[in-house]
Design a binder for this molecule. Sequence first.
Ligand code: MG
Length: 193
Amino acid sequence: MSPLPGNRPALFLDRDGVINAEKNYVNRIEDFEFVDGIFDLCRSAVAAGMAIVVVTNQAGIGRGYYSEAQFLSVTEWMVSRFAEEGIVIGGVYYCPYHPEHGIGGYKADSFDRKPNPGMILRARDELGLSLERSILVGDKASDIAAARAASVGRAVLLAPSHVPPSSVPDLQADSLHKINELLFGPLIQERHG
Ligand SMILES: [Mg+2]
């Protein structure tokens, strides 16, 4: 049975530092290194009936470090790698703008750029998601702030150290394996038991 419109929860994922290891503006497949545990986490979320949605600031485009076409080509490859792991990516939302360092038309204060909630709200409307039942995993305070601004049910920080009190996460852990266990532990046992 397919869920009612606006009723499906999502696992929102930041990209750099969550899906792929944080390096300087990753924009080539050869630099794209999946973070340990990302596929298991997504499989748990899918088993829980969640859509997987990527929400990523890509100011490297606006800064002129790489083109939108380059980003989309890496994205296509990334989505196919997830598919090989049995995971459907429901959507990839990205924001190429930067308020100060964007070049030309890319210099803009975008409602999409996290900590703003634009990408999450758009995904909600386009994919029919229930944000209160959704979870966001990010590695920066701006990810947590975006989740709060969009009233996402739970905001999870993948980070070893504390963040400013303005963006306190619901859950914090230093690995995706721990996050998977904490979020989906009982469900994982059920599947294996
Ligand atoms: Mg990040």
